[in-house]
Design a protein around this ligand. Structure first.
Ligand code: FES
Length: 57
């Protein structure tokens, strides 16, 4: 969930996670905010990668 106002972040592209609500962007590797109104990082989550799919562990 976005650290700005809690929307679900959606797109992951070129190492950037984007929030659709107000277009905050986050570094996919670290969770640090890189743009938009969010100032706090996304929390780390464990994932698994199966082919082209990413799932929460
Ligand atoms: S809730 Fe994500 S940018 Fe505002």
């Amino acid at each position: 969930l976005c650290t700005h106002q809690g929307c679900a972040v959606k797109d992951v592209s070129d190492g950037t996670i984007t929030c659709p609500c107000h277009n905050s962007t986050f570094d996919a590797a670290t969770g640090s905010p890189t743009g938009g109104p969010a100032t706090q990082p996304l929390p780390a989550r464990e994932i698994t990668v199966e082919g082209d799919s990413i799932r929460l562990a």
